[in-house]
Design a protein around this ligand. Structure first.
Ligand code: HEM
Length: 520
């Protein structure tokens, strides 16, 4: 009893001490805020700051707040000082004018546990390591020559998906098909074949099935809201029981699977060289040598190889599929657009072959549909958080060092001062008034891949997967909603921006459905 009482007293004292420290820190930050000219924003509460104002769809909540507080706002998420920008002008300041000081990433404890923290690319702080990783991605992994080399596996995966839609149609003509799961599997398998030469979604081998389950668990854990990420000094107190342990366990399993893949690749490296077999991206990473500070040649460290692979699987798998799912939903919502897109594809491609990636530049309306989808439904509505490496001035306000910067690409895509009838899905705007706007980061009004130093290094690949897959779906099948159904364009936010309820769709093969698809 005595021992229990003492333990209780000491826990209570520790808690009170923590709360006092938190209160002191809160007062100190408020005073500091008054001394510095910080951007305007809603008043924070002690300890949690503005977390209570985020809701489930933080991009929407921040958009609403920006209507009141302006295009640049200062908030605190727990103990994380944050600036949110919501206009083309401010995005230009962040991603172009001050890009060199705002191109770092904030540390998030879950990423430390789950992925490889600063050793990969996506969450690496701005500095030498990130520069090296970025160079490798740009010159080695996603260079146009390399992308061309992986065209066949991409085409095979798209055909595999179309075939599986046809199979499901044949087994229950007139019934809805699970096309969203097929698209998610497609996104994963295109990336995993490029990276590891194997499918992790559509595979019957046990290792791949384990990999997929593990990967899904990793993504789910990364997407879970965790108060401890925002109030790290109280994380031990508020983390759900056992969560840290679970994160560590999943990471250990992921590490084991990646380690196994690396060992297999190392074992086959010599045989591949001898037989001149084509390399996957893991082979490329394992073969990379770079100049160390002492001008000697070093291999990329093992933890960096695993970090980059984990980042590419995470960043590359669901981004493309969610965009295609949104595009299909918008087209079913406005079937005249769907028919127009099919007519265009039929004219360019005809009915004797499937769409090839090289057809895309001629499919102007299809490209406009994809841009319009990116405008209204960017997969990463707040991009990936940036962070300031030093104190700087933005639009006359002070942005202290270590501030998290969020760019609300979702809000910018709906800004009525840029887009006429912004909420209307109207691809024609990209054939008329906004014909010169691209998604490559040149035009700040449309930045689904970000812009500046940290923009997505795989824009070419992401765009190609979305445009080509969408064209194939429209070319091979007629699509309709089940009788009595309507499209619900509500959102949900996991790691990427998804549909609250993706519509069920019923396919019917078209005259253009290739014969090979119909043969078992
Ligand atoms: C439709 C598809 C995609 C979209 C919309 C998309 C979007 C984005 C966005 C918004 C960012 C953050 C930009 C910023 O911080 O300012 C990003 C970063 C990144 N993306 Fe993508 N992405 C897509 C596909 C892919 C694919 C297929 C891969 C790889 C296989 C990939 C790998 C990465 C990586 C590694 C980063 C981090 C770059 C860095 O921090 O330097 N993405 N992407």
């Amino acid at each position: 009893m005595e021992l229990g009482g003492n333990l209780y007293d000491s826990q209570l004292t520790a808690l009170l001490a923590m709360l006092l420290i938190a209160l002191f820190y809160y007062c100190y930050k408020r005073m500091q805020g008054r001394l510095l000219l910080l951007p305007p924003g809603p008043s924070p509460l002690p300890i949690i700051g503005n977390l209570h104002q985020l809701g489930k769809l933080s991009h929407q909540a921040l958009h609403e707040l920006s209507k009141k507080h302006g295009e640049i706002m200062y908030l605190r998420f727990g103990s994380i000082p944050s600036v949110v920008v919501s206009s083309t002008k401010m995005a230009t300041q962040v991603l172009n004018v001050h890009d060199h000081v705002l191109a770092s990433r904030p540390g998030v404890s879950r990423v430390k546990y789950m992925l490889y923290d600063k050793y990969g690319i996506a969450m690496a702080p701005y500095g030498e390591h990130w520069r090296l990783m970025r160079k490798i991605c740009t010159l080695e992994l996603f260079a146009p020559k390399r992308l061309k080399r992986y065209k066949d596996p991409r085409m095979q995966e798209v055909c595999f998906m179309l075939q599986s839609i046809y199979k499901e149609y044949s087994s229950k003509p007139g019934g809805a098909v699970d096309y969203t799961e097929k698209l998610c599997a497609l996104g994963m398998d295109i990336v995993s074949r490029m990276l590891l030469s194997k499918r992790i979604a559509n595979s019957f081998d046990r290792d791949s099935a384990d990999f997929r389950a593990l990967f899904d668990e990793t993504l789910a854990l990364l997407a879970t809201f965790n108060l401890g990420d925002f109030i790290p000094y109280l994380a031990w107190l508020i983390a759900p029981l056992g969560q840290q342990g679970r994160l560590r366990k999943v990471h250990q399993r992921l590490d084991f699977v990646l380690e196994k893949s690396i060992r297999e690749h190392e074992q086959h490296a010599h045989a591949k060289k001898d037989q001149d077999l084509s390399n996957d991206l893991l082979d490329v990473l394992l073969n990379i040598k770079f100049d160390g500070v002492d001008q000697t040649q070093h291999n990329l460290s093992r933890i960096s190889v695993k970090g980059v692979i984990a980042d590419l699987l995470t960043g590359g798998s669901h981004t493309s599929s969610s965009t295609i799912i949104w595009a299909m939903a918008e087209l079913l919502h406005k079937p005249t657009l769907l028919t127009r897109a099919q007519r265009e594809i039929d004219t360019i491609v005809g009915d004797s072959r499937t769409v090839d990636e090289s057809d895309i530049p001629q499919l102007k309306f299809l490209m406009a549909i994809v841009k319009e989808t990116f405008r209204l439904h960017p997969a990463a509505p707040l991009l990936v958080p940036h962070c300031s490496v030093e104190t700087c001035e933005l639009a006359g306000y002070t942005i202290p060092r270590g501030t998290q910067i969020l760019v609300n690409a979702w809000a910018i895509g709906r800004d009525p001062s840029v887009w006429q009838n912004p909420l209307e899905f109207n691809p024609d705007r990209f054939l008329e008034e906004h014909i010169h706007v691209d998604v490559l980061g040149h035009n700040m009004e449309l930045i689904p891949f970000g812009a500046g130093r940290r923009k997505c290094p795989a824009i070419g690949l992401g765009l190609c997967i979305v445009q080509h897959t969408l064209a194939c779906l429209l070319h091979c099948f007629e699509w309709r909603l089940p009788d009595g159904h309507k499209v619900d364009l509500g959102e949900t936010r996991k790691l990427v921006l998804g549909m609250r309820k993706a519509p069920e769709l019923v396919p019917t093969p078209r005259a253009t459905t290739p014969l090979y698809m119909k043969t078992p």
